[in-house]
Design a protein around this ligand. Structure first.
Ligand code: NAD
Ligand code: TYD
Length: 349
């Protein structure tokens, strides 16, 4: 029976991945979720897993920079696979305060790699979850391939690029069994409401202003989170040691078009007689170093592993809006700080 150590499993993609693993795949093994529970980590995202799989799921409240704890966990649970999601993940926060990004994304990844190196005899795979932002910014033409040179522009993307390089180097130098995936922008349930899509959904529902940076013509390649989870699961199963895969939705959209789509859907679901949601759009000063366009060429993972995105933007955004409308208690808790009280009540720490 395999045991997978998942770092950052209480965050947006990590918690979706754990749910996907237990509920949508043939995985029969165990999961150990290692998470520091920063503002972005919420164990409530996994309460159904705790209830449904009490014998196969464990949570460890640990910082990935803490090497002693990592060693204990890898030995205690006899970890076979590490799937590394934990990171500081929001570009705007990295601009204001890069320190945590350097600590978690670079030092944390280094400590994990050292831990895996020390337990090479039983850890059979270290999968590193990364971003397309390491490649920098595209003009109107072209796509990021796995061969595109790294050119990160924000402290976030520079810290992720640095972690990717460490992972590659540990393969070349120490023979660690690694894989890497670089994915485009995700959206879906449980995303912390600071990223574009959940922020716009909630502000539009609540009649608050919708801050669009610069001219709103910046392009992102959107992928529904479950499609990302399926791609990672396919990599873990195939175990193509040493390989990197780009993952993307073939779904380029200008920010303003994403915001307009959200406004129109919410107008339809919750009509307001006084105004249309698009009137809430507020053009604000651009983000410094703002990347103009991201677009992924995902033909390698399509050809080699048979992966394809299944969700269209239209169906994915509608599901996501309904999810937020149905989970306003979750939203209020993660925004209010009440969450720590919830943790104490449910987990006693
Ligand atoms: P998130 O911010 O929602 O969650 C990050 C999780 O990591 C949280 O649970 C947090 O508590 C935990 N964490 C942070 N620092 C930690 C530490 N020092 N030790 C242990 N746990 C810690 O992030 P996300 O959006 O779910 O992203 C997950 C991964 O996917 C990241 O590595 C990110 O770079 C990558 N990624 C994200 C996207 C996206 O669109 N969100 C796209 C491509 C790649
Ligand atoms: P974001 O969700 O922060 O992801 P990333 O910067 O990692 O791509 O932002 C997505 C795009 O939306 C990006 O071009 C910045 C823009 N944006 C806004 O225009 N307004 C906002 O309030 C936010 C959070 C982002």
């Amino acid at each position: 029976m395999e045991t997978i150590l998942i770092t950052g499993g209480a965050g947006f993609i990590g918690s979706n991945f754990i749910s996907y693993l237990f509920n949508e795949t043939d995985f029969q093994g165990n999961v150990v979720n290692v998470d520091k529970l920063t503002y972005a980590g919420n164990l409530e995202n996994l309460s159904h897993i705790v209830n449904d799989y009490p014998d196969r799921y464990r949570f460890e409240h640990v910082d990935i920079c803490d090497r002693k704890q990592l060693d204990r966990i890898v030995e205690q649970y006899k970890i076979d696979i590490v799937c590394h999601f934990a990171a500081e993940s929001h570009v705007d926060r990295s601009i204001v305060s890069p320190d945590a990004f350097i600590q978690t994304n670079i030092i944390g990844t280094y400590q994990l790699l050292e831990c895996v190196k020390a337990h090479k005899e039983h850890v059979r795979l270290f999968h590193h979850v990364s971003t397309d932002e390491v490649y920098g910014s595209l003009h109107d033409q072209g796509y990021f391939t796995e061969e595109t040179p790294y050119k990160p522009n924000s402290p976030y993307s520079a810290s992720k690029a640095s972690s990717d390089h460490l992972v590659r180097a540990y393969r070349k130098t120490y023979g660690l069994p690694i894989t890497i995936s670089n994915c485009s922008n995700n959206y879906g349930p449980y995303q912390f409401p600071e990223k574009l899509i959940p922020l716009m959904i909630l502000n539009a529902i609540e009649g608050k202003s919708l801050p669009v940076y610069g001219d709103g013509q910046h392009i992102r390649d959107w992928l529904y989170v479950t499609d990302h989870c399926r791609a990672i699961w396919m990599i873990l199963k195939a175990r193509p040691i040493g390989k990197t895969y780009n993952i993307g939705g073939r779904c380029e959209k200008k920010n303003i078009d994403v915001v307009m789509a959200i406004c129109n859907l919410i107008d339809h679901l919750m009509p307001m007689s006084e105004y249309k949601r698009k009137e809430l759009i507020n053009w604000v000063t651009d983000r410094p170093g703002h990347d103009r366009r991201y677009a992924i060429d995902c033909s390698r993972i399509e050809a080699e592993l048979g992966w394809k995105p299944q969700e269209s933007f239209e169906s994915g955004i509608e599901k996501t809006i309904h999810w937020y409308l149905d989970h306003m208690e979750w939203v209020n808790r993660v925004r209010s700080g009440e969450y720590m009280a919830w943790i104490r009540q449910h987990y006693g720490h």
